[in-house]
Ligand binder design. Structure first.
Ligand code: B12
Length: 216
C-alpha cells in the first residue's frame, strides 16, 4: 500500500473536503491505479475504523463522524458503477444473497462493501438496507427467494435481535442459509446461541465460500 497516497486521502477527509476526497478516490478507480477491492479495504475501511476526533467537544466529533461516513458512502455509490462494468465479464454462480443489517444496527458500510464484493465474486447479491426489522427481512425472503441471507452486525448489543431474526428465518425458511459477518462476531462467544450456516469476515473468506458453494 502507498502510505503517502493514503495520507493524502486521509487529509481530504480530515478537512471535510468532500469534493477532494471523492475526486481522489474516483480517479484511482477510473485511471486503474487501484482495484476497487484495494480501495475499499485499504483506504475506505481504515479511514472509518481508525477514525479519531481531535477536538474535545463530543458534539463536534459526532457530526464529523457522520460527515466522514457520508463521504465514504458517496464513494461506494460511485464504486457500484465500477462493479457494474466488471460484472459484465464475470460468470454468475447462480447463488442469490440478500444482505442487510438487522433492526437497531445502523452500521452499514461493511454490508455495502461486501455486497459489492459478492457481486464481483459472481453472486447475485442485494443489499436491502440497514436497521431492517424482522418482518421486512421475512418479506424480502418471500419475494427474492434467496439461497442465503447475510446479516452484518457491528454492535454486540444487537446480538439478541440477531438471534431472534435468525430463529425466525430458520423457522419459516429452513432452506435459506444464514451468513453472519461484522465486528460483533469477532468474539466466538457471541455466536454460540445464534443459528447460522457460515461466518464470513473478509474478502478471502468470501472467495473461499464462493468456491465452495458455486455449483450451478
Ligand atoms: C461510522 C460509524 C458509525 C456511523 C455508521 C453510519 C453508517 N451509515 O454505517 C453512525 C454514526 C450511525 C454510528 C452510530 C453508532 N455507533 Co458507530 N462507529 C462508526 C465507526 C467510526 C466506523 C464503522 C465502519 O463503517 N467501519 C468500516 C467498515 C468497512 O468496517 P466493518 O463494519 O467492520 O466491516 C468490515 C468487516 O467487519 C467485514 N464485514 C462487515 N460486515 C460483513 C458482512 C459480510 C457478509 C462479510 C463477508 C464481511 C463483513 O468487512 C468489512 C471490510 O473489512 C466505528 C469505529 C470502528 N472502530 O469500527 C464506530 C463504532 C462501530 N460505533 C460504535 C458505537 C458505540 C456507536 C453508537 C452506539 C454511538 C452512540 N452512542 O450513539 C451508535 C449505534 C448506532 C446503531 N444503533 O447501530 C462503537 C461500537 C462499540 C462496540 N460495542 O462494539 C464503535 C466501534 C466506535 C468505538 N470505538 O466505540 N457509528
Amino acid at each position: 500500500m502507498n502510505h503517502e497516497q493514503f495520507q493524502t486521502f486521509l487529509n481530504y477527509l480530515k478537512n471535510e473536503d468532500k469534493p477532494g476526497a471523492v475526486t481522489f478516490a474516483t480517479e484511482l478507480l477510473d485511471l486503474h491505479k487501484m482495484s476497487l477491492e484495494e480501495l475499499y479495504l485499504n483506504y475506505l475501511a481504515p479511514s472509518l475504523i481508525l477514525f479519531e476526533c481531535d477536538v474535545e467537544d463530543e458534539d463536534v466529533c459526532i457530526w464529523k463522524e457522520h460527515f466522514r461516513t457520508s463521504i465514504i458512502r458517496t464513494i461506494l455509490e460511485i464504486g457500484y458503477l465500477h462493479v457494474l462494468k466488471r460484472i459484465e465479464k464475470i460468470p454468475n454462480n447462480g447463488i442469490k444473497i440478500v444482505v442487510l443489517t438487522p433492526a437497531f444496527e445502523y452500521h452499514e458500510i461493511g454490508a455495502i462493501m461486501n455486497t459489492h464484493f459478492m457481486l464481483l465474486e459472481g453472486f447475485d447479491a442485494y443489499y436491502i438496507g440497514a436497521n431492517t426489522p424482522k418482518t421486512e427481512i421475512l418479506s424480502a425472503i418471500r419475494t427474492y427467494h434467496p439461497d442465503y441471507v447475510a446479516l452484518s452486525v457491528t454492535n454486540p448489543y444487537n446480538l439478541v435481535v440477531t438471534k431472534q431474526t435468525t430463529d425466525e428465518i430458520k423457522r419459516f425458511f429452513p432452506e435459506v442459509g444464514v451468513i453472519l459477518g461484522g465486528q460483533a462476531f469477532k468474539n466466538p462467544h457471541n455466536i454460540e446461541h445464534i443459528r447460522y450456516d457460515v461466518v464470513l469476515q473478509s474478502l478471502d473468506d468470501l472467495k473461499a465460500f464462493s468456491k465452495k458453494v458455486a455449483h450451478k
